[in-house]
Design a protein around this ligand. Structure first.
Ligand code: 3HC
Length: 293
């Protein structure tokens, strides 16, 4: 089966990145969101990242314009998926919202279309079960920033068939990513390791082991991470990390995954990281300034 047309649901941080790499690989992309302002922001981000590529002489202006033209912003869900060969969903991590959306998509998308979720933790099998094509349902987990990060984690649900896995491996390779295939389990492979590690950094801050700045420096230089754990938490979003931790506790029934009280308190205060302007760092000035805890 050849994929030509891709519908990306969600124009946010992940959705616009996925739309970008798909269009750059030559696919026709419809990027859907529920409000025109989200679509406009998503398209503006793709344009900004393409312009960066032009400035660095990685592509010509003409190539960048062609890529951007391949992404069509769409408000109506049915319109977005009606002729798609592949639907990639990157909407908020709310189980009810995902299940409702997948039911609608299943009704409106062509029978042959593959359905892929970019969820960072929610069960692929649970989402597949609300559709009439669980064998064509799969997890396709990209990493932020999508144009830069080299991995797609492919997640097989209980009913996902091998033909679907093969197509998704091919699409992932075509958009320039390497893949790992994992069986469904909470957090798959990457977040299972990452989220407890990030939580541990917050426990250390909570206990006064080090300052935010020193904790980040220690891990950046000591382990050669590109970003320290607290910078990375601000980048990923504190609400997302908290959501995944709580989901892990529910699913594994194991308190070792519990979120630190400090993380929960910060989320309650609206300190969500970069996207809200404040997290472990304050982003209101020219440079991020570490907060004291
Ligand atoms: N969008 C597109 N491109 C971006 C970008 C963005 N948001 N941010 C940076 N880039 C590009 C830059 O243009 C630059 O390109 P070049 O090498 O061609 O010049 C390149 O990335 C490196 O950027 P910078 O030199 O500005 O800065 P850094 O060297 O610090 O790299 C980084 C930035 C790539 C974000 C790096 O710090 C990094 O890899 N951080 C860790 C990211 C990470 O761990 N992501 C996974 C998060 S977990 C996740 O997504 C899963 C979810 O389920 C929770």
């Amino acid at each position: 089966m050849e994929i030509k047309k891709i519908a990306v649901l969600g124009a946010g941080q992940m959705g616009n990145g996925i739309a970008h790499v798909c269009a750059q690989a030559g696919y026709e992309v419809k990027m859907r969101d529920i409000d025109q302002k989200f679509i406009d922001n998503g398209l503006a981000t793709i344009k900004k990242n393409l312009d960066r590529g032009v400035k660095k002489e990685r592509m010509t202006q003409e190539e960048a314009d062609t890529v951007l033209r391949r992404v069509q912003g769409v408000l109506d869900l049915k319109e977005a998926v009606k002729d798609a060969d592949l639907v990639i969903e990157a909407i908020p991590e709310i189980v009810k919202l995902k299940l409702e959306t997948w039911k609608e998509v299943d009704e409106a998308a062509p029978e042959h279309a593959i359905l892929a979720s970019n969820t960072s933790s929610i069960s692929i099998t649970q989402m597949a079960a609300v559709t009439k094509r669980p064998e064509k349902f799969i997890g396709m987990h990209f990493f932020n920033p999508v144009p830069v990060m080299g991995l797609v984690e492919i997640i097989k649900g209980q009913s996902t068939d091998d033909a679907t896995v093969k197509v998704i491996e091919e699409v992932s390779h075509k958009v320039g990513k390497k893949t790992v295939l994992v069986n469904e389990a909470p957090g798959f492979a990457v977040n299972r390791l990452l989220v407890p590690a990030l939580n541990e950094a917050v426990f250390a801050i909570q206990e006064g082991v080090a300052t935010v700045e020193d904790m980040d420096l220690a891990i950046k230089l000591g382990l050669n991470w590109p970003m320290g754990p607290l910078t990375l938490l601000d980048f990923v979003g504190l609400d997302t990390a908290l959501y995944i931790s709580d989901y892990f506790v529910d699913e594994f029934k194991d308190s070792k995954y519990r979120a630190p009280a400090l993380l929960r308190k910060m989320v309650r205060a609206g300190w969500l990281g970069r996207k809200s302007g404040k997290g472990f760092y304050d982003y209101s000035g020219e440079k991020p300034v570490p907060n004291k805890f």
